[in-house]
Ligand binder design. Structure first.
Ligand SMILES: [Zn+2]
Length: 63
């Protein structure tokens, strides 16, 4: 894993965008930036954004 710029995380086969405040990962940059903007302004997660995270999806729908 490699951290680039503010919160872009490159993983093996896919590129994930990480919110560097809360640490959640997103598959699209727009959502990650939304999360990052919210987190840095409110220092808490926005549920409607956080539920789009890779972690939330993983937790909801296991294989
Ligand atoms: Zn966040």
């Amino acid at each position: 894993m490699q951290e680039v710029s503010w919160g872009l995380v490159l993983k093996e086969k896919s590129v994930l965008y990480a919110c560097s405040v809360c640490g959640l990962h997103y598959t699209d940059r727009e959502t990650a930036e939304e999360c990052y903007a919210w987190c840095s302004a409110h220092s808490s997660c926005r549920l409607s954004v956080a539920r789009k995270s890779v972690e939330a999806k993983r937790a909801m729908g296991k294989k």
